[in-house]
Design a protein around this ligand. Structure first.
Ligand SMILES: C[S@@+](CC[C@H](N)C(=O)[O-])C[C@H]1O[C@@H](n2cnc3c(N)ncnc32)[C@H](O)[C@@H]1O
Length: 215
């Protein structure tokens, strides 16, 4: 019994060490990724650091202190932005990714991780909000360790729920290149028509693979 428990303890600590090494390595790798993306003509989807700057920039323009992310994954965007916001909510469907991220941010009172399908429970987060925020919609199935909900992308359901907000929020949707290409991703035009029914916005445009819906 003792041997089993000490083995379990050891594998738990080695999992933690590996996860920490991954987080540390990824943190530095991001700068190289951004540099390469800038040098080689922005042919691919922008790296995380670029997306972080986009979100940060809108937070400054609209004076928003709250970020709501869908699709936590390992929590790299939360990590990149947690010093820039007073509160960050992040929703993840996959139990394993959710518990890893919970452990990663367990000592940070600014981060609120939610486990579940953002297509269904984003409205719970929306009802908690007391001021305008930035929505970073990045929940979707993307192979590997990620999880698939009822559909590959819960985007339409997410927008429906965001429409219940009493505030003028900034809505940013990642991976614009998937829209109109993969099943369960509407075309950008359909998304715009749909959004105009649900969300009040003054600008809707796509730039650098991010769909931007601005109040
Ligand atoms: C592209 S990753 C997110 C990357 C993350 N935002 C980042 O910047 O590091 C997409 C994540 O969404 C999660 N996901 C897929 N469908 C979901 C859903 N319906 N609700 C919540 N999360 C979902 C996947 O498990 C995956 O972790």
């Amino acid at each position: 019994m003792k041997i089993v428990s000490s083995r379990l303890k050891r594998s738990f600590y080695s999992f933690k060490t590996l996860f920490l090494i991954r987080c540390w390595f990824v943190g530095y790798y991001r700068y190289l990724e951004l540099l390469l993306w800038r040098i080689f003509g922005r042919v691919s989807s922008p790296p995380l650091l670029y997306k972080k700057f986009v979100i940060e920039n809108y937070a400054k323009i609209y004076c928003t202190k709250v970020l709501v992310e869908t699709g936590t994954y390992y929590g790299d965007m939360v990590e990149a932005l947690r010093n820039k916001f007073e509160k960050i909510y992040s929703v993840e469907l996959d139990s394993d990714l959710y518990s890893k991220a919970r452990w990663r941010f367990s000592t940070d009172p600014r981060t609120h991780l939610v486990k579940g399908d953002s297509g269904g429970l984003l409205s719970d987060v929306v009802s908690e909000l007391e001021e305008p925020c930035i929505f970073w919609l990045d929940a979707h199935y993307s192979g590997g360790v990620t999880t698939r909900g009822a559909t590959d992308s819960p985007i339409m359901k997410e927008l429906e729920q965001i429409s219940k907000s009493n505030f003028k929020n900034v809505v940013l949707i990642d991976d614009a290149r998937h829209f109109g290409i993969f099943p369960s991703y509407p075309s950008v035009d359909d998304l715009k028509n749909f959004a105009s029914e649900y969300v009040k916005f003054s600008k809707f445009f796509v730039k650098d693979d991010i769909i931007r819906i601005l109040p």
